[in-house]
Design a protein around this ligand. Structure first.
Ligand SMILES: [Zn+2]
Length: 245
């Protein structure tokens, strides 16, 4: 028989499942990552309609049966994110953030801080943005990913060399040491050089509350490389949404 429960949830991804149904990859406040089937959503006049589009936040009623896939039996919209989906740049930044949550918080375990951060990120995406030349270098998107890394326990160590502890000068970043590195340790550990000011810019993104932010091109490129290499080294994955098309 199973049972029903109510949860606050964000649709991270929506996959066509059959003629009329979709499988939703959800991040929920109460249970963390959950997959659910929404039956009949692809029919015109579906009672769920746009409420279950990617990046939408809703209060859902989910039915838990025997399988891993729960069934959506009710949806009340909290935030439709329609304006985000209508803006190609904002949508692309949102999809990068959603995929980062999907990969970093893959378990059905609640993490209220990650959920709160995701909701704040989506709220900010719907407002005025500091647009970068492309969505991968967006300051808000990079700040969100760095904060997710911190919440996952992969916070890069940035105020001294992560390998030998020297206070500086810091020349680059070492994924294997998990942070900034002096010139010697950077080379010895297979790290990469970073532009002057890029490490300080990343520290700033981690320390300040999440917000749209304009980054210098060098700082944005450095932050992007830090998140990508941290995903690869500590998580063993790359984000599909960060691959050059
Ligand atoms: Zn060192």
């Amino acid at each position: 028989m199973g049972r029903s429960y109510k949860t606050d949830a964000v649709v991270l991804r929506s996959i066509r499942f059959s003629e009329a149904d979709r499988v939703l990859h959800l991040y929920t406040l109460e249970r963390g990552r959950v997959n659910a089937i929404a039956k009949g959503v692809r029919k015109t006049g579906s009672r769920f309609g746009a409420r279950l589009e990617p990046l939408t936040r809703s209060a859902l009623i989910l039915h838990e049966g025997r399988g891993e896939l729960h069934t959506v039996s009710g949806a009340d919209i909290i935030s439709s994110q329609e304006q985000v989906r209508a803006d190609g740049y904002a949508l692309a930044v949102g999809q990068i953030g959603a995929e980062a949550v999907l990969k970093l918080f893959a378990e059905p375990e609640p993490n209220p801080r990650a959920y709160e951060g995701l909701c704040r990120f989506l709220e900010l995406l719907a407002g005025p943005l500091e647009r970068a030349p492309d969505p991968q270098h967006d300051g808000l998107g990079l700040a969100f990913q760095l904060k997710l890394l911190a919440l996952s326990g992969y916070l890069p160590h940035l105020d001294s060399c992560a390998s030998c502890g020297t206070a500086g000068p810091l020349a680059g970043f070492s994924p294997s040491a998990g942070g900034a590195a002096c010139a010697g340790c950077m080379v010895a550990s297979g790290g990469f050089r970073m532009a002057d000011g890029a490490i300080a810019a990343i520290e700033g993104l981690l320390e300040r509350p999440l917000a749209p932010v304009a980054l210098a091109p060098d700082a944005a490129a450095g932050a992007l490389r830090v998140v990508e290499e941290t995903y690869a080294h500590h998580g063993g994955f790359r984000l599909r949404t960060l691959q050059p098309s």
